[in-house]
Design a protein around this ligand. Structure first.
Ligand SMILES: Cc1cc2nc3c(=O)[nH]c(=O)nc-3n(C[C@H](O)[C@H](O)[C@H](O)COP(=O)(O)O)c2cc1C
Length: 329
């Protein structure tokens, strides 16, 4: 057993988290990951109303009695997102853990604090970590350049970003850090702990699990893909996203080589609904943009969440028991 401040703080069996995932982080996967001993997050903005979110929370609770949290991705959107209503539901339904991302959660913190909700803020730079810590978040999850989704614009990989963040936060207090981006197995977990993290956060690795309700073709593509099979899109719009390499992503990159192109020039190609319907549901892996990180190169199987978490913990514990002492011999 590996005990860290994350396992203690959140009452979970392992220091493994499953981050919020648009189009993926629904009740069955969240409950399966939670049941396996991970801290998993239901992704709020997939539900257009707070009532729908409340129903999904109830669904998770009908499937597991383990702790889980809600991901609040705070992003500008064409369709207004009912963040205040989500917050009300989170507080009223007794959810005690929230993962925030996108921008800092300053508007939400007073209510969360008043209701005993702990906030893990996920960000992509040491300086944003420090700002969020000063605002009063409880934990920082730091997403390296390897990660699926939005790695920010600084391009610092986790090997440097994680200890740099740990040091920056140590200078202002005592706030636990979660390592996110590129984490996939027991080696990642042990390395992250050695670099000063108290846990790891994974997205891509949980896509290739039995309980993840996406098309088998996507899971098989992740297993077949290597660490080179991602592309960065929307860099010219300063909204960089790391996505799986496919025909549509290559087309977007080609268009954006002309830096005068705007979102209008790629809007149809990058539409989230296209990726969700054609790829995640339909299984056409070239049918739209879908999110995946470099950790694809470390994913070789499609286990159940229980098997995945068990394997990661066994590998990490074996490393702690055998590899680390052997270095001192
Ligand atoms: C399909 C997919 C969708 C994601 N959607 C979100 C999201 O809506 N909000 C968010 O904060 N992070 C999102 N992420 C990022 C993950 O929560 C996590 O930070 C990231 O995947 C970690 O990097 P990894 O994929 O290398 O493990 C998504 C990741 C994936 C793979």
């Amino acid at each position: 057993m590996i005990k860290t401040r994350i396992t203690e703080m959140f009452g979970v069996e392992t220091p493994i988290c499953m981050g919020g995932m648009t189009g993926v982080g629904y009740a069955p996967l969240v409950a399966a990951a939670a049941d396996a001993g991970a801290l998993a997050f239901l992704t709020a903005h997939m539900f257009t109303t707070a009532e729908a979110l409340e129903q999904e929370i109830a669904k998770v609770r009908s499937l597991t009695d383990k702790p889980f949290g809600i991901n609040l991705t705070i992003l500008p959107s064409f369709n207004p997102i009912p963040y205040d209503e989500y917050r009300r539901v989170i507080c009223e339904t007794g959810i005690k853990i929230v993962e925030t991302a996108g921008r800092n959660p300053v508007d939400h913190l007073p209510d969360f604090k008043a209701n005993g909700v702990k906030v893990i803020h996920k960000c992509t730079s040491a300086r944003h970590s420090v700002s969020a810590a000063k605002l009063g978040v409880d934990v920082i999850s730091i997403d390296g350049f390897e990660c699926a989704g939005h790695p920010g614009e600084d391009d610092v990989t986790l090997m440097v970003l994680l200890p740099a963040t740990v040091d920056a936060l140590a200078a202002i207090g005592d706030i636990p850090v979660i390592a996110s981006g590129g984490m996939a197995d027991g080696r990642s977990l042990m390395a992250a702990l050695m670099l000063g993290a108290e846990g790891v956060n994974m997205g891509t690795r949980f896509l290739a699990t039995q309980e993840c309700q996406i098309h088998e073709n996507v899971k098989k593509a992740i297993v077949a893909n290597t660490e080179r099979d991602t592309l960065l899109i929307n860099r010219t719009l300063r909204n960089t996203a790391r996505v799986a390499r496919n025909a549509v992503a290559e087309e977007v990159v080609r268009i954006q080589q002309d830096t005068t192109k705007t979102i209008e020039d790629v809007r149809e190609l990058v539409a989230g609904v296209r990726g969700r319907e054609n790829v995640l549901a339909g299984g056409d892996v070239d049918g739209g943009i879908w999110t995946a990180g470099q950790s694809q190169g470390l994913i070789h199987d499609i286990p159940t969440c229980k098997e995945l978490v068990r394997n990661i913990m066994k590998q990490a514990e074996d490393l702690a028991r055998i590899r680390v002492p052997s270095l001192l011999a």
